[in-house]
Design a protein around this ligand. Sequence first.
Ligand SMILES: Cc1cc2nc3c(=O)[nH]c(=O)nc-3n(C[C@H](O)[C@H](O)[C@H](O)COP(=O)(O)OP(=O)(O)OC[C@H]3O[C@@H](n4cnc5c(N)ncnc54)[C@H](O)[C@@H]3O)c2cc1C
Length: 346
Amino acid sequence: MPKTTDDSIKDFRGVWVYVEHADGKATGVSWELLTPGRHMADALGVELGVMIVGDSGSRLATEAFAYGADIAYIIDGPVFSHYRTEPHMRAVVHLINKYQPEIFLLGATVTGRDLASAIAIEVDTGLTADCTQLGVDVEKRLFEMTRPAFGGNIMATILCEQHRPQMATVRPRVMPMPARQPGRLGRIVREELELKEADIATKILKFFPTESEGVNIAEADIIVTAGRGVGSAENLRMIEELAQATGGVVGASRAVVDLGWISYAHQVGQTGKTVRPRLYIAVGVSGAIQHLVGMQNADTIIAINNDPEAPIFSVASVGIVGDLFEVVPELTRQIKAAREQAAANV
Ligand SMILES: Cc1cc2nc3c(=O)[nH]c(=O)nc-3n(C[C@H](O)[C@H](O)[C@H](O)COP(=O)(O)OP(=O)(O)OC[C@H]3O[C@@H](n4cnc5c(N)ncnc54)[C@H](O)[C@@H]3O)c2cc1C
């Protein structure tokens, strides 16, 4: 990979976030990324930009400004109406080459991962995928991209010293949403890109809706997660009852999914979903690092485990050392009773 010269590196300024959208709606992670984006832009003394490719640009720009962006770069045109790697990559590369951001963030979604790798190759820079923490060395203007490595056993901080932009993808729900400031203003920069349908190798023929299992743990406010400690698929009923009593959904450790007790859609962790609920109840979960990276940003964590040394207690706001077969039914009973009491008082 040819090196970007020290002199040309100095020309790159600004922190950018790619706004991924479909049907006029941005993915949540696009706005979440404005939180670390704003923080780094302020630390570096530069603007926070967003890049919007395709229609709905102006409306999404207004949203982006409300969430903290200073400037929105928009490229629109018929070839960009639905996501395809090639035209979107060309649009982003055009903007990067012209405006030269030093840091560029994308969501680690299916689309974000696809697009980020294509862009990194085209602009000849590095890419750190699936980051869980971001920081910046202001003096050296180096972006510190942290992600699990070696099977999740260590957290590695990766630098991209000799190429620009410094690019990372970040999983949804890892970063908090920024506060919304309606009416906050920013600048819009519109760019044209001559790209015709005939220039693009892929054609969209038809859309097929994806089959959903009806559970979306990534968006849930309350999750009750079953670990191997629950002992059997039948015992998951107890976890479902607790989830129902709290108004939450059922999550699972990988051990539980691998044992075939529940489907992969419920898995929390490095190879499952990253979640950020208000309340996370971990039942019979040991707290392996690969599990913790997927849930440690929950607002409140309650851990139930009969081993006082279980690592899950290191991230728990409330730890209950005890037998889950006693604790869970009692907790469910008390929550139901409290709810019934509250309903009776209305
Ligand atoms: C590359 C890689 C990726 C991985 N990705 C993930 C991932 O995405 N998500 C994930 O979860 N794991 C993942 N893992 C697996 C991870 O390392 C652990 O093996 C797994 O999380 C353990 O699941 P567990 O906590 O349910 O089971 P265990 O580690 O077996 O823990 C069971 C816990 O239940 C407790 N317990 C037992 N009986 C009771 C009882 N009666 N009352 C109360 N407590 C009880 C025990 O004390 C123990 O702490 C990954 C591993 C690798 C190598």
